[in-house]
Design a protein around this ligand. Structure first.
Ligand code: ADP
Ligand code: MG
Length: 321
């Protein structure tokens, strides 16, 4: 059995991006990394210049015409943000910038500051014009933040590039967003084996490992970027109603879906819904599976596609739905 892989790594998107191929192909790896870097340049809000930043800097002033690739992602994020009773909000930028979680100068802001920023986080105050691909943030100080979904969007584009180059078996990992393409030749069962990280473990310990083929695996967790102050943990996924990090029984949500963009959207939405409402939600979404890690060390696996999960950490208890 073939068991050699060729791995290409590059620091991009604030993480290590890795591409695993079954045959060496330096040329394709370069094309993939160049495309990711080009997309990052357009979508980032962590630098002064990007297409999204030019929209943000024109808030309250005028609409900005963006490229098709940027408009398409903003439009999809906007539509999701308008779904009632869900925590996903692309206009969350002012809160992200206020708390600075995961960046230098992070802080617990005072209530007045949070109240002020909440006024600037209404997706209804975004105006899109698809005829000319323009985006207008109606109030000064508003900011679009695509941090929750940019990686998924980029991962899906990467898959298209690989297919165009006739690569039909690969893994792309954008740090938290894993996309498996085709069948694995590495295991007897033909599945890719994906590890589920143990929250807050610093030496890459795994809670378990599971099998997927041709699927995206995306995790949103409270341990990715956080800080602790006065014994409280503040992490980087916000409740757009309160302006504070979302607080519930979950440590992480992993979504197994066809596209990485869906994975990104649903991992954030379900994290916000909490375990019980998520289970109900998933009854109506049979095309996605989810693995929830709870703070009380239980794993809830909503398994719609016969994913076989192997528990490695015996501290955890697993239940299937
Ligand atoms: P990671 O960056 O660890 O992959 P996520 O995909 O869960 O994490 O996205 C977290 C990022 O999404 C935050 O850093 C922030 O930029 C943005 N964000 C935070 N809260 C929300 C929210 N309620 N809706 C949409 N995006 C959010
Ligand atoms: Mg995400």
């Amino acid at each position: 059995m073939e068991n050699t892989t060729y791995e290409y790594n590059k620091t991009l998107l604030g993480t290590t991006v890795s591409l695993t191929l079954l045959e060496p192909n330096e040329t394709v790896a370069k094309i993939v990394f160049k495309t990711i870097s080009m997309l990052e340049d357009k979508l980032t809000v962590n630098r002064q210049l990007s297409e999204v930043m030019s929209v943000n800097l024109a808030a309250g002033k005028h609409p900005v015409i963006v490229s098709q690739v940027v408009f398409s992602l903003i439009e999809q994020a906007y539509k999701v943000s308008l779904i009632p009773n869900n925590c996903f909000n692309l206009a969350i930028g002012p809160l992200v910038k206020l708390w600075k979680i995961g960046f230098k100068g992070h802080q617990v802001p005072n209530d007045e500051q949070i109240k002020q920023q909440l006024l600037l986080t209404k997706p209804e105050d975004i105006e899109l014009n698809s005829a000319i691909q323009s985006v207008f943030l109606k109030k000064e100080g508003m900011e679009i933040d695509l941090g929750a979904i940019a990686k998924g969007y980029i991962a899906d584009i990467t898959k298209i590039i690989l297919c165009k180059h006739n690569i039909h078996q690969a893994i792309i990992n954008l740090g938290g967003n894993v996309l498996t393409i085709g069948q694995s030749l590495l295991s007897e069962d033909g599945y890719w084996h994906v590890g589920l990280r143990k929250p807050f473990s610093f030496n890459n310990e795994l809670v378990g490992i599971f099998n997927v083929n041709n699927k995206s695996v995306v995790t949103s967790g409270i341990y990715e970027r956080f800080f602790i102050q006065n014994n409280r943990l503040y992490h980087h996924i916000f409740n757009p109603t309160t302006g504070y990090p979302l607080d519930n029984e979950l440590e992480s949500v992993t979504i197994i879906s066809n596209t990485s963009l869906e994975g990104d959207i649903y991992s954030t939405i379900l994290y916000g819904l909490g375990i019980e409402r998520s289970k109900k939600f998933l009854q109506k979404h049979q095309n996605i599976s989810a693995i929830f890690l709870l703070k009380n060390k239980t794993i809830a696996l909503v398994n719609h596609e016969n994913i076989s999960f192997k528990l490695l950490d015996k501290q955890y208890l697993i239940s299937y739905y």
